[in-house]
Write a protein that binds this ligand. Structure first.
Ligand SMILES: CC(C)(COP(=O)(O)OP(=O)(O)OC[C@H]1O[C@@H](n2cnc3c(N)ncnc32)[C@H](O)[C@@H]1OP(=O)(O)O)[C@@H](O)C(=O)NCCC(=O)NCCS
Length: 176
């Protein structure tokens, strides 16, 4: 049985293990660790999926913003499910539960830089054409930069560059 719980810095070790196993390397775990210690990433939301009590999935949403805009925005990154639990709907369940909690907390819009074939099934659409640009622009990432409104009513965002947490403000993180 899969159970999803809000988990933060106290459970960092199991969160980082999930990130390492899912990506097969350390960089996403290091990024997760840095984001969860970055003041500019707050407020963030971190959820862990447990299968029979063992952590098998993790999702992190961190604060982001558009200048001259007071809407409540979040960036989804990273999303991780360990290999032997993939394709069971855990990624989807983490996204859905994250949206529900964020909506209850007044968040209106979520951005993601991710697989252009995975996130559209969760309602994300390309953001560049809407004038909503990532912090660093790489034309090869056009389709990967996506946005999804989670509030019930339409949100009229100002066009511009999305400002993310300080630890994400490095150009190499936004390249193909
Ligand atoms: C991507 C990831 C989070 C999906 O988690 P999951 O629990 O396996 O996802 P779900 O069970 O909700 O959905 C599985 C479906 O998504 C599809 N899918 C998974 N990764 C995909 C990708 N990169 N591109 C397109 N489709 C993908 C699967 O093929 C499957 O399709 P199906 O339902 O038609 O069989 C997981 O595979 C993972 O952690 N991968 C390694 C880390 C990673 O790349 N994370 C980055 C996300 S930007």
């Amino acid at each position: 049985m899969i159970v999803i719980e809000e988990r933060g810095s106290e459970e960092l070790n199991e969160i980082l293990r999930v990130e390492r196993e899912a990506f097969g390397e350390d960089s996403e775990a290091e990024l997760t660790d840095a984001l969860m210690h970055d003041e500019s990433a707050t407020p963030w939301l971190s959820l862990v999926a447990y299968a029979d009590g063992v952590a098998v999935g993790h999702i992190l949403f961190t604060h982001c913003s558009l200048s001259d805009d007071d809407h409540s925005l979040m960036l989804l990154a990273p999303l991780a499910v360990v290999p032997d639990h993939q394709k069971m709907g855990i990624g989807e369940a983490l996204i859905r539960k994250g949206f529900k909690i964020l909506k209850d907390r007044g968040v209106e819009v979520v951005f993601v830089l991710g697989h252009p074939r995975y996130y559209p099934r969760h309602g994300f659409i390309p953001a560049i054409g809407l004038g909503l640009k990532p912090p660093f622009y790489d034309p090869l990432q056009d389709e990967a930069w996506m946005v999804r409104t989670i509030s019930d009513s339409p949100v009229d965002l100002s066009e511009g560059i999305v400002k993310v947490a300080d630890v994400l403000m490095h150009e190499e993180m936004w390249r193909e």
